[in-house]
Ligand binder design. Structure first.
Ligand SMILES: [Zn+2]
Length: 442
């Protein structure tokens, strides 16, 4: 791991990132006239604090306004915390697009701090996992952004989805989430938005924001289609995408024909420590399907045979060259796709963040704004987990992250701290309330 310089590291602490994010929030135009009682920056920062503290509802967060401490000001830089109704009203009109630069700004900090280098996967490239997920569904609550599903029996379901995008690495549990792309009703369109359109929008924006970042996109088999591969080529991205024999019959028949003709390449490796057998078979320049004979892809099949006889099978298409030296890496990259499901969506839904809770839906953008702010809070947490010694020391004391969040909430409520680093250091040392523990935040 490349250690960031001391100055860069300071910017990557929760406190450094909260400060940057706060100044980013203050750039977002507040369209209200006059001198509002509570600033938009305070409202946005309060929502971020709610997700940072992992409160399960806006009401639970609202209760905090009665806390005797002044930690909202000292830790999050909030002058006035809005009540739950005010927060909904203030955040509803915010354009979700205006939150994208915040993600880019944190990303630049990671680049400058050389933390991003830890995520380099192959030949200087990063693995970027893309996938869609749903986070809201109701038969009654709705907004103009809602996707609408009409059921045969006459019922209607309103729902929200987003395209998530995270940098992943096979050896790292942490992920770096980038700005998600909301899958929402598009202006002037009679049809529902879909993951493919959202992906197309996301790729364009990503390339505007990061013109030179070399990435290898990893996706599931739904993305193994010619229009998407062309979009990836236009965005100058390489790919490793899952394929299934059942869904890609033509491709796999061509592969079998090549194998029968002795044209495929094979490699078998046995792990001396575990006894696991890794078997690879691959072939270059296979047509993707009958309708796209000119779309040629490299195909890698992989069998993992365990000592107890169980076998796992995977297959991918890729535009990376396949050789005995690269197939192991390509396999690991393809399998790292799961990190967007396991380490991102599952964490956000089931490990303390409550992505599927309805914090408020609003009449304009609230649902999307809150989902993006939760992803931003998750990004700050992931950075802490990866490179903040205070967070790591505090985390080591608790069996699960759920316990850690609980303890952070408890301390936040009970004692005054000058910064999140101080709070984390107090947790790491084991806080004895009678003692002065806030002296050293180095
Ligand atoms: Zn909606």
């Amino acid at each position: 791991m490349v250690l960031p310089s001391k100055k860069a590291r300071k910017h990557l602490s929760a406190d450094g990132l909260f400060e940057r994010i706060r100044s980013g929030f203050d750039q977002i135009p507040d369209l209200r006239s006059g001198q509002p009682e509570i600033s938009l920056g305070d409202a946005l920062m309060s929502a971020l604090a709610m997700f940072s503290l992992k409160d399960a509802s806006l009401l639970a967060f609202d209760e905090r306004r009665r806390d005797p401490t002044d930690n909202f000001r000292t830790i999050y830089g909030i002058r006035r915390v809005p009540c739950d109704t005010q927060m909904r009203a203030l955040l509803d009109p915010v354009d979700p697009e205006s939150l994208r630069p915040l993600f880019v700004d944190v990303f630049r900090c990671l680049q400058r701090g050389k933390v991003l280098e830890d995520f380099v996967f192959l030949h200087g490239s990063y693995l970027l996992s893309l996938d869609g997920t749903g986070y809201f569904s109701s038969s009654k609550i709705q907004c103009p952004s809602c996707l609408v599903k009409h059921h045969r029996g006459g019922g209607i379901t309103y729902h929200h989805q987003m395209l998530g995008a995270t940098l992943v690495h096979p050896d790292l549990k942490q992920v770096i989430p980038l700005a998600p792309e909301p899958i929402i009703q598009q202006d002037g369109s009679a049809k529902n938005d879909c993951e493919r359109n959202a992906t197309r929008r996301w790729l364009k924006r990503f390339r505007q924001e990061h013109p030179h970042l070399p990435v290898i996109v990893v996706e599931d088999a739904l993305s193994a289609n010619a229009p998407h591969l062309r979009d990836l080529a236009d965005a100058r991205m390489r790919y490793i995408i899952g394929v299934k024999p059942g869904d890609h019959a033509f491709l796999f028949q061509r592969l079998r024909d090549a194998d029968d003709a002795g044209q495929t390449q094979h490699l078998t490796q046995v792990d001396p420590d575990t006894g696991v057998v890794h078997h690879f078979r691959w072939h270059h320049q296979v047509p993707l399907n009958e309708a796209n004979l000119d779309m040629l892809v490299n195909v890698l099949e992989y069998w993992e045979i365990h000592a107890d006889g169980t076998i796992q099978y995977f297959s991918w298409i890729t535009d990376l060259p396949l050789t005995p030296d690269t197939v192991f890496d390509v396999m690991r990259g393809g399998r790292a796709r799961w990190k967007i499901e396991n380490e991102t969506f599952n964490t956000l839904k089931n490990q303390g963040y409550h992505l599927e809770h309805n914090y408020g839906h609003g009449a304009q953008n609230l649902s999307v704004v809150l989902a993006m702010l939760m992803m931003l809070a998750f990004l700050v947490d992931q950075v802490q987990q990866h490179c903040c010694p205070a967070f790591q020391a505090a985390r080591d004391r608790y069996r699960t992250k759920r316990h850690l969040w609980e303890r952070i909430r408890h301390l936040f409520q009970a004692f005054l701290f000058a910064s999140m680093t101080e709070l984390l250091m107090a947790l790491a040392r084991g806080l004895a309330p009678q003692q002065p523990v806030f002296g050293d935040s180095s």
